[in-house]
Design a protein around this ligand. Structure first.
Ligand code: PMP
Length: 301
């Protein structure tokens, strides 16, 4: 599945460091750290019916990532919230919106890796687009990628940074194989996550997801675990092998971009009956849809 250009986004305005710019003029310097070294952190956030979903969780993760990367000029959560509100207001956006929030280490005085070359403050970008959940709800297919997801031995996957190359390489493998996403293993061979989403499986009524040893601890993943608790569905995080995923009754992915999505095939093995009609997932999904309506930071306009 390949996203298409949405004409609703033809004239959107993008926030860059306080300025609202038409998408055609929304550009950053070639000296910016994100161009120079992917040296930035980011969040994908959704707006449902006049409310920004899980905003505090996203801002906390953005701040944690920036702190772990030793950014010295981190805008406050209030500043970032104001930037989000300003962007949504400028575009008159209230529903069906996905926001790509990026905070880079900022512009450098000359090209180079050294963060001491960053003497102009950070760069904050808010890109809000009309975008409905992107994955096919009738079920997606996964293939196992050869490239592994980083464990804390390398660059810790808990940092939500813009160095997405290993995940992009996994996605390329999936594209070549005609699958929707690449399933990535950790350094020990356990399933970590797919290239842009977390993975869950259900076996005999129990919900399982991989330990956050080598995956992004996704906000949607965390919410699904909370919903399972609320609905008294037994749930655990543990090391899970590929063989267990192949033989699962249900498999689904979670992420802000695609919400909850059933998986019908992994490496050619049909999951469950192969129809992607999953009872436990549907129960959780129903409650997730309610959360998106009930919760969220109300837009002040
Ligand atoms: N894993 C990876 C690698 C991701 O990039 C994302 C999306 N940011 C996710 C999982 C899902 O995380 P979330 O539920 O916070 O969107």
């Amino acid at each position: 599945m390949l996203q298409k250009f949405n004409p609703q986004n033809k004239d959107i305005k993008v926030y860059i460091n306080g300025q609202m710019l038409h998408r055609n003029n929304a550009k950053i310097s070639v000296f910016d750290s994100v161009v120079q070294g992917g040296d930035a952190v980011w969040e994908g956030i959704r707006v449902y019916d006049g409310k920004i979903f899980a905003l505090d969780r996203h801002l906390a993760r953005l701040h944690d990532s920036a702190k772990a990367m030793a950014f010295v000029d981190i805008p406050s959560k209030v500043t970032i919230k104001d930037a989000l509100f300003k962007t949504l207001k400028a575009n008159n956006m209230r529903d069906g919106v996905h926001i790509r929030l990026t905070l880079s280490r900022g512009e450098k005085i000359t090209s180079g890796m050294d963060p001491r070359l960053n003497q102009m403050g950070s760069t904050l970008i808010v890109l809000a687009e009309y975008k409905l959940p992107v994955y096919d709800q009738s079920g997606i297919t996964l293939i196992t990628a050869s490239v592994r997801r980083n464990s804390p031995q390398f660059v810790d996957s808990k940092i939500h940074h813009n160095n997405l190359i290993n995940n992009i390489m996994a996605k390329i493998e999936a594209n070549i194989a005609g699958a929707d996403a690449g399933l990535m293993l950790d350094d020990r061979g356990f399933v970590a996550e797919a290239n842009g989403v977390n993975v869950f499986m259900v076996k005999r009524g129990e919900l399982l997801t991989s330990n956050a040893h080598a995956c992004l601890p996704g906000i949607t993943r965390g919410i699904v675990l909370e919903i399972a608790k609320e609905l008294s569905i037994p749930a655990r995080e543990r090391n899970i092998s590929l063989a267990e995923f192949y033989a699962a009754d249900e498999v689904f992915t979670t992420g802000t971009m695609g919400e909850l999505t059933p998986v019908k095939l992994i490496d050619g093995r049909a999951i469950g009956t192969g129809t992607a009609s999953f009872k436990v997932m549907q129960k959780i999904n129903k409650r997730f849809a309610e959360w998106t309506k009930e919760q969220g930071t109300i837009l002040p306009f």
